[in-house]
Design a binder for this molecule. Sequence first.
Ligand SMILES: Cc1cc2nc3c(=O)[nH]c(=O)nc-3n(C[C@H](O)[C@H](O)[C@H](O)COP(=O)(O)O)c2cc1C
Length: 414
Amino acid sequence: MPEKRIVLRNCGIVDPKDLSSYLAAGGFAAFAKARDAMTPEQIVEEIKRSGLTGRGGAGFSCGIKWALARKARSAQKYLICNADEGEVGSFKDRHIIIHDPFGLIEGMCIAGLAIGATRGFIYLRQEYRYLYDGLAAAIAQCREKGFLAHMDITVFEGAGAYICGEESALMNSMEGLRGESRYKPPFPPSQGLWQHPTIINNVETLMNVPYIIAYGAQAFSAVGTERSKGTKVFSVSGDVRNPGVYELPMGTPLKELVVDLAGAENIKAVQVGGATGNIVPAEKIDMPLAQESVLGSGAVVVLDPTRDIIDIVYNNIVFLHEESCGKCTPCRDGLACMKDIYSRLVRGDGRPEDIRVLEALCLVMGQASLCGLGQAVPVPVMDSLKYFRSEYDALVQRSAHIRHYATKSLSMNP
Ligand SMILES: Cc1cc2nc3c(=O)[nH]c(=O)nc-3n(C[C@H](O)[C@H](O)[C@H](O)COP(=O)(O)O)c2cc1C
């Protein structure tokens, strides 16, 4: 199946430094339509009908979220574009910001009208400082043209922590607090930044908005599957010939992305969705890329047969342990425990009960962690146990042999 471009339709076509080039390509026509010919309720309804879901990973209905913020009574409402993009293997949001900053700003302008926000922020990870000047210049041009009259937009630089991509930790960090997840409810659309109703959307989610307003909800929802509408932008890396950013209709088989487009030749597994993403074995490579099967934020890392799956999962766990905010016990202590188990397994000191303990930890962390970080840790662990169990068994067996010979040599050399 060929690529289908909704989100990336202006990338490489408009000059990202020049607003007039974006306007010449039809830019801000959707905003003008939303502002002059639609009520905020109609905008929200159109987004709801389109079936657009969040592209930041959780996949919640964008329209339902906006409706909650629209209804919330408050003199001040905020819109935050989540450009933290800390997910392992993800680089699509940066690609969008580099190539089509005006498209993102237009999406934000429409979202601001819909929910009644008067302040907008782009939360940009500090490591992506190289994007700051381009974004600020694009915002300045839009401000000068009067597109930000209803809602001014500024770029907020995050300090660069994986957890600060999680929406409640993100708001904490903006308020000058520690980057820790908040207890929910209240949810951001009713009580978010500085206690005011707040909508937080991913860069890619907002990029879909001008298209939906310009061409209608039906044109958008005609693409995709029953439960996953529109397209998805993927960042593909790992053992492929053509790593890069690809946009495909929801429901496209994983194989078409990694083999036909990215040029993978020899696949052992594919991790879809970053450090807490699914690990799809080669025999399931026809799986459709959609909310109802496998998707996440769209980070796709291809692993060839030279890759050790347990080493990959161990790396994920080391990263997640480092990045856990430590506020809740299941995530903080669960990850410490998992890290200990994996480090013993890979250095030949595994125990027969390790696999049972990993499964028990997954159960507790998945159900009792405070936010999506801890809740999703079980995903790669359980997938690797399901599809690559023999690799775990081999490590446990190897550990038993090492122990056996170590004891023997000790008894021979007292
Ligand atoms: C640990 C963690 C990191 C996250 N990082 C990001 C991120 O970098 N960008 C993003 O858009 N969403 C991220 N999310 C998801 C956000 O919490 C939130 O669901 C999203 O920004 C909402 O926007 P959407 O509905 O448009 O997807 C992260 C979630 C978790 C648990």
